[in-house]
Ligand binder design. Structure first.
Ligand SMILES: C[S@@+](CC[C@H](N)C(=O)[O-])C[C@H]1O[C@@H](n2cnc3c(N)ncnc32)[C@H](O)[C@@H]1O
Length: 388
């Protein structure tokens, strides 16, 4: 549809605007005005921030609308590296592997990385002692998997593939023996059939592109892999392109494990940011049914398992929710961002426990890690395993 007119609905003074440091990159000029004055429209993330700063009822409606319709690729927020690894995983996007990065009683005294290593080994995905990890974040999973393999007397050859230079160097610090390669998930800088062991992507694919369901690329992928887009607004285009890349780089006998939140429903948006909107970006849940169908068509054998089952986590153990850890850190700043068992907090911080109404949801409840979400880790997180 062609634009016939523009309506200027608000005039914001500069004191009312809150913008990301890179707002100019996403600002779109409106050339129709050029003869009179220079007018541009802000990118959606800067509009969200500005509206958050004012926050009346209409602004919140607009924010909901903007989040649901942002189809921007979140990858550039990683490439720009505006926040440190600590701020990213403590404040902006706290992954499950980050909450369980230290040995935890709910995992039988193992860390997330150790539990994952043992689960993948039991599934036969680590027969060749070689791991390529995409988007390894701060590198805790890699360090844990690697040291467990070394303790077993079969050291892993580890390769990091990562978009963010800062995170790539954090990964190297955690595991100096690893090879580190700057990479984009949709264009892996690897030769055909070069991966002989395991390719791991833990909580990465929600960061990849989505496209409107009626975009030519979505229609083409839906046709190619027999995906139904009836009533859908968007497709996990980036995640499907990544699976195509896996089909290209994995040798026969190699495998992949993709861990993410989602289910058999269309990609749904989740906005994430740190304080004052830092590193604001929108991720999307994964339609695992679509991904599995594409993988099968590309020649993979697939297996989808709930992450809680794969890790054999104790669903009944009660731990701090993420928002409660953030609250507690205002008074106990040295408290690390972890899923703290209730008994541990009661022992270490009895005063805080009395003052705050802490919830301690069971790990298996929809309220862990975030009581405000409609579903939690055990309901939404899955591992999709692909074998070639
Ligand atoms: C949510 S973090 C997950 C980090 C870590 N795997 C964990 O479980 O904590 C997403 C990771 O994927 C990387 N990433 C995001 N988009 C990417 C892309 N298009 N290509 C490669 N890496 C990407 C980020 O830099 C980051 O390391």
């Amino acid at each position: 549809m062609e634009t016939r007119a523009h309506l200027i609905s608000h005039l914001f003074g500069p004191e009312q605007e809150i913008l990301t440091p890179t707002w100019r990159d996403t600002c779109r000029p409106i050339p129709e005005f050029d003869r009179l004055l220079k007018v541009s429209v802000l990118g959606p993330l800067d509009l969200i921030l500005t509206k958050l700063g004012r926050g009346d009822e209409k602004d919140f409606e607009d924010i909901d609308y903007l989040i649901c319709n942002v189809m921007e690729d979140p990858s550039p927020t990683y490439r720009r590296d505006a926040v440190s690894p600590v701020e990213r995983f403590d404040d902006v996007e706290t992954t499950i592997s980050h909450l369980f990065r230290r040995p935890h009683p709910a995992l039988g005294g193992r860390s997330y990385g150790e539990a994952l290593y043992q689960a993948l080994r039991a599934k036969g995905l680590l027969e060749a002692p070689e791991v390529h990890e995409l988007g390894g974040g701060a590198g805790f999973v890699a360090a844990a998997m690697s040291s467990m393999a070394t303790r077993e007397g079969r050291p892993l050859r580890y390769t990091f593939l990562e978009l963010s230079r800062t995170l790539l160097s954090a990964q190297r610090t955690q595991l100096p023996s690893a090879t580190a390669i700057a990479a984009h998930a949709e264009r892996l800088p690897l030769r055909n059939g070069v991966v002989r062991g395991l390719f791991l992507a833990n909580e990465v694919i929600a960061d990849l592109r989505v496209s409107p369901a009626d975009a030519p690329e979505s229609a083409e992928l839906a046709r190619r892999y027999g995906l139904s887009l009836d009533g859908a607004r968007r497709l996990n285009t980036g995640a499907i392109r990544f699976v195509e890349e896996l089909a290209r780089v994995l040798a026969r006998g190699a495998s992949a494990c993709l861990v993410e939140f989602g289910g058999d429903f269309e990609a749904s948006p989740v906005a994430l940011s740190g304080a004052f909107g830092r590193a604001l970006h929108v991720e999307h849940s994964i339609h695992f049914g679509h991904l599995e169908a594409a993988a099968k068509a590309l020649g993979f054998k697939t297996e989808r398992v709930a992450m809680a089952d794969l890790l054999q986590i104790d669903r009944s153990m009660r731990v701090t929710s993420y928002p409660d850890v953030v609250r507690l850190r205002n008074f106990a700043p040295s408290l690390p961002v972890l899923a703290h068992p209730m008994e541990e907090i009661a022992r270490a911080h009895p005063f805080l426990l009395r003052v705050f109404q802490l919830e301690f949801p069971p790990i298996g409840s929809p309220r862990f890690p975030d009581p405000q979400a409609t579903a939690g880790f055990c309901q939404l997180f899955h591992a999709l395993m692909l074998r070639k």
